[in-house]
Design a protein around this ligand. Structure first.
Ligand code: NAP
Length: 442
């Protein structure tokens, strides 16, 4: 019997995810070897402080602060340090040395993905990052492998558990944003500094990765339009609920036809993150708490949804190990490593060109002819109204009546909608525009 080959695995980082990856590599060594066709030997773990207490007991002699030396001697490198540097330099060094790299570092991929993808291409080695989007959920491999014979048209993702928890709290308890955030922090779902989550930056990084794989074109963070959830109010949530919607922070990547007078048109990809109204019966509306889900529409497959835990040490470690076994198998079998295809060449569209439905809340004077004037103004700006609901309020003190209008439009461009809202604001019968939110899934 021929002896099984041993592949050296360098682990960079031993925090929430890294510690669980190390544990599984040691505890499940035999099973992983059987699935891989090679023994995966944890050759060392690079950290900042070798004496820190870890979540799991690991052999002390594995720890080092010399990540560079560890990387030089590895067949496979797992980067779970996070941040831009030194992660970027270490990954580039590993790829150049011919090692396959597995990472969960969405911030780095969104900021400098193209440099890393190119380095992997050039060296003919694999760069895998399933853990970077939606934690444990297998979503990147289905997009690039299982759906590689299809054409993806749209991806809608709840890819940030913190914001989903906050919005779900607001929806189920009527809480204001600040109170729901405080509850998320108390339960450990939100960090002390929640900026990256609540401002949508984390979701935007994942949107760039989803768009890159779905449309075979490299999209960077600067291509993603990003709005967070800090301005979503309890009143927005209540009005949405009343109208049969739920508000979710969605990462959206979709292919759209573009009309360009110079080129005669073509296709572009709109990549964006923003609070979005979804009909309560939409599959993504059922994603509660800190869970994640990605909903894909493809020309032949139709609609698909992937659901699960989007974070956490052990769930995320599952995705990392999956990538590791896959890369190791390829090393065992030989031949070229798989790299991303970038044959799409579809341009990123500015937010003005994105097309969606909208929900608009208006506080208007209760006068005859107001509805007709508003409807006319929408039509004049090329935005067609799907539904319009009116509720009358009487001010107890002044006894003056006003009407609350809730309008849902058909799909229209962002530019047309913005022009419509500006025009509506100029009408003398409008007291205020109470909310403008995008709607998907209608
Ligand atoms: P973490 O708990 O903060 O752990 C980071 C680890 O990296 C620590 O062990 C730290 O060493 C080490 N480290 C940081 N900077 C270093 C440096 N300059 N040199 C050497 N070691 C360094 O992070 P995490 O939550 O496990 O996340 C790791 C990565 O996975 C991040 O990119 C994150 O975005 C991604 N990810 C995390 C989750 C999740 O649920 N946590 C989900 C998906 C993706 P010390 O321990 O000595 O400080």
């Amino acid at each position: 019997m021929t002896e099984m080959r041993t592949l050296k695995v360098a682990l960079l980082g031993c925090g929430n995810v890294g510690a669980q990856v190390a544990r599984i590599l040691i505890e499940d060594a035999d099973a992983l070897a059987a699935r891989t066709g090679a023994r995966l030997e944890l050759s060392g773990i690079a950290v900042r402080n070798v004496n820190s207490k870890r979540d799991v007991e690991l052999p002390q002699e594995l720890f080092t602060t010399d990540a560079e030396t560890l990387v030089k001697d590895a067949d496979l490198v797992i980067e779970l340090m996070g941040g831009i540097e030194p992660a970027r330099t270490l990954i580039l060094s590993a790829l150049t040395n011919g090692a396959c790299v597995v990472t969960g570092n969405k911030a780095l991929l969104a900021q400098d993905g193209p440099t890393l993808y190119e380095a992997a291409d050039k060296a003919g080695v694999q760069l895998s990052f399933e853990a970077a989007v939606a934690g444990a959920i297998p979503i990147l491999r289905p997009i690039r492998d299982s759906l590689s014979g299809d054409r993806i048209t749209r991806v809608l993702g709840i890819v940030n558990g913190t914001t989903n928890f906050i919005l779900d709290q607001m929806d189920s308890t009527g809480a204001q944003f600040a109170d729901a955030l405080a509850e998320a922090q108390r339960l450990g779902y939100a960090e002390a500094d929640p900026t990256a989550d609540v401002e949508g930056h984390d979701a935007a990084a994942k949107a760039a990765i989803l768009a890159t794989l779905s449309f075979h074109t490299r999209f960077a963070l600067e291509n993603v339009h990003c709005e967070g959830i800090t301005s979503v109010t309890a009143a927005d949530i209540a009005a949405a609920k009343d109208a049969g919607f739920v508000i979710k922070l969605l990462a959206i990547a979709e292919k759209l036809a573009v009309t360009d007078t110079e080129t005669g048109g073509g296709e572009g990809v709109s990549v964006r993150v923003h609070p979005t109204l979804l009909p309560r019966e939409h599959p993504l509306a059922a994603v509660r708490g800190a869970f994640n889900a990605v909903f894909i529409e493809a020309e032949n497959a139709g609609e698909l949804m992937f659901y699960g835990q989007g974070a956490g040490g052990t769930p995320t470690a599952s995705a990392v190990l999956g990538d590791l076994v896959s890369a190791a198998r390829r090393l065992v079998l030989g031949g070229p490593q798989r790299t991303e295809t970038t044959t799409g060449h579809v341009p990123a569209l500015p937010i003005d060109a994105s097309v969606t439905s909208y929900y608009i809340g208006l506080d208007v004077a209760d006068q005859p002819g107001v509805l007709a004037r508003i409807a006319q103004l929408f039509a004049g700006n090329g935005v067609s109204i799907e539904t319009m609901r009116q509720t009358i309020h009487r001010d107890a003190e002044s006894n003056v009546e006003s009407a609350e209008l809730r309008i849902v439009t058909h799909r229209a461009s962002e530019a047309a909608l913005a022009a419509t809202v500006e025009a509506v604001k100029g009408l003398d019968v409008i007291n205020s525009v109470t909310s403008v939110l995008r709607v998907e899934g209608v």
